[in-house]
Design a protein around this ligand. Structure first.
Ligand SMILES: [Zn+2]
Length: 487
């Protein structure tokens, strides 16, 4: 009986080997069809782009809103795949468990940062492996640099909310470049622990030999091979502005990526993770226009990596994916049936978050009347009375609904929509109105379990085609880069 089992296993192994050879032969034939797109050489310049909350509908939405003739760079990649995202202990994941899977190749529990779900064993990340193999490492995110997704590449913690503990681990990582948002762990509220004040993060970074840089000129002046943490303007959660709200002196995700390439480029190679983190936040807030703009900003960052790939096509691998979907976005809704008008979203000029801040300021001033506010709704969202486009006109009933939502009881009494990122109820109502008319459907303010896309180009890219689990991304990167086993 035992012999039979072994023989059976051997037979299965033979069949498996045959299938692997067959698959390799198939990818070989594809290689001849697309010269330069595939290569079996070991990639030494590794890019992993993570669009947080970027499901297939989000990619479709951003594509639909581009100027005619323009295509997202990521969707032009020769290899496309799809991954499942579930966490070890919940079907719908979070950025901690999903980031851990992408960074280490292991499933873990919700809220965990690159540790086993037993919260005792740490999991080695692909960024740490790259560093150990003599490569330079960069971590970039448009949200706080100690937020779950970036943290999963340099830190290990049982709870993603321990921002100060996580941010301190940046300094100990020895990684070469951190860029994007600030560190939430440096905020006074996060630095108080057990009644004692913990050290400030810039000081911890400087002690560890990092140049701490804020702003464009300072970042551009950093010499390659100098360890650096660079950040730009940030909000009360340490995140960069939404792409559609960005002011001229604020750096973009693409600039942080290009500067990262400049600082990391060296003959021994590098690994860089770039997260478009606010795609997720826009989707939590059901703000389709802000999500689309942040995907385009994320794609602009990818374009920077493609420019580098063109110089080193045989040694560069670019993988783009997401950690999970968010918002249950659909392109089409019950109110509009087959009649979507996604282009209406182009009328929105600021994010829901920024519009909500404006509404809050108007309320505080006590001088802004409802009719003045409605003028602003026309400016920022295109919605208003007497619009020639019937889809942008407001009925008496809708105007009444907005009046009811506009705060009139004085400072501090206005309703807040916690599910929509704490936005003002009036701003939420306006944003929902435009989304609905465009034909956008949102089914949730949380993440969903919808599988997410993978796009790949460069050395070893063919390994990322097909449908598999999110742990497969790190497994494949580790194998292709010859970092050894996952642990
Ligand atoms: Zn989220």
């Amino acid at each position: 009986m035992a012999m039979y089992v072994i023989a059976g296993r051997k037979a299965r192994a033979l069949v498996l080997n045959f299938l692997i050879v067959l698959l390799a032969a198939c990818s070989g034939s594809r290689e001849s069809q697309a010269p330069g797109a595939y290569s079996s050489s070991r990639p030494k310049y590794l890019f992993l782009f993570i669009g947080d909350g970027m499901g297939p509908a989000q990619v479709g939405l951003a594509s639909a809103l581009l100027d005619s003739g323009r295509v997202l760079a990521m969707t032009r990649f020769p290899v496309t795949g799809m991954i499942s995202t579930h966490a070890e202990n919940r079907h719908i994941t979070d950025s901690g468990a999903a980031g851990t899977a992408l960074a280490t190749g292991f499933k873990t529990s919700i809220g965990t940062i690159s540790m086993h779900s037993n919260h005792r064993d740490t999991l080695r990340t692909i960024a740490e492996m790259a560093k150990r193999h003599g490569m330079r490492v960069g971590i970039v995110s448009s949200v706080g640099i100690d937020n779950a997704t970036p943290a999963c590449f340099y830190a290990h913690h049982a709870g993603r909310g321990n921002y100060h503990d996580i941010a301190v681990q940046m300094a100990a990582s020895g990684f070469d470049y951190f860029g994007g948002g600030y560190a939430e762990g440096d905020f006074p509220s996060k630095r108080m622990k057990h009644g004692a004040s913990m050290p400030d993060i810039p000081a911890v970074m400087k002690t560890a030999g990092y140049r701490v840089r804020a702003g464009r000129e300072e970042l551009h002046a950093v010499n390659p091979a100098t360890r650096c943490w660079a950040y730009t303007g940030y909000d009360d959660k340490a995140a960069m502005s939404y792409a559609m709200d960005r002011e001229g002196d604020e750096l973009s995700l693409a600039e942080f990526t290009r500067q990262g390439i400049r600082l990391l480029d060296n003959p021994d190679g590098f690994f860089m993770m770039v997260e478009g983190g606010k795609i997720d936040w826009a989707c939590h807030a059901n703000d389709a226009a802000a999500a689309a703009h942040d995907i385009v900003a994320f794609d602009d960052a990818i374009a920077g990596a493609i420019s580098f790939y063109r110089l080193h096509p045989k040694e560069t691998l670019i993988v783009v994916t997401a950690d999970h979907e968010c918002g249950g976005l659909s392109l089409g809704n019950a109110a509009r049936g087959y009649e979507t008008r996604l282009s209406l979203l182009r009328r929105q000029k600021v994010s829901l978050q920024r519009f909500s801040e404006k509404v809050g300021a108007w309320e505080k001033s006590g001088k802004v009347t409802f009719s003045m506010v409605m003028d602003s709704v026309r400016v920022y969202y295109g919605l208003g009375d007497g619009q020639t486009d019937s889809l942008l006109a407001l009925s008496r009933q809708e105007r009444g609904m907005l009046r009811a939502a506009y705060p009139s009881g004085g400072v501090g009494t206005k309703p807040r929509e916690e599910r929509y990122g704490g936005a003002d109820a009036f701003a939420v109502a306006v944003t929902r109105m435009l989304n609905s008319r465009a034909g956008i459907g949102w089914t949730s303010n949380a993440h969903t379990a919808v599988p997410v896309p993978v796009f790949a180009i460069g050395a070893g890219a063919e390994a990322f085609g097909g449908s598999y689990d999110n742990t497969g991304i790190a497994e494949k990167l580790i194998r292709l880069a010859r970092f050894g086993s996952r642990q």
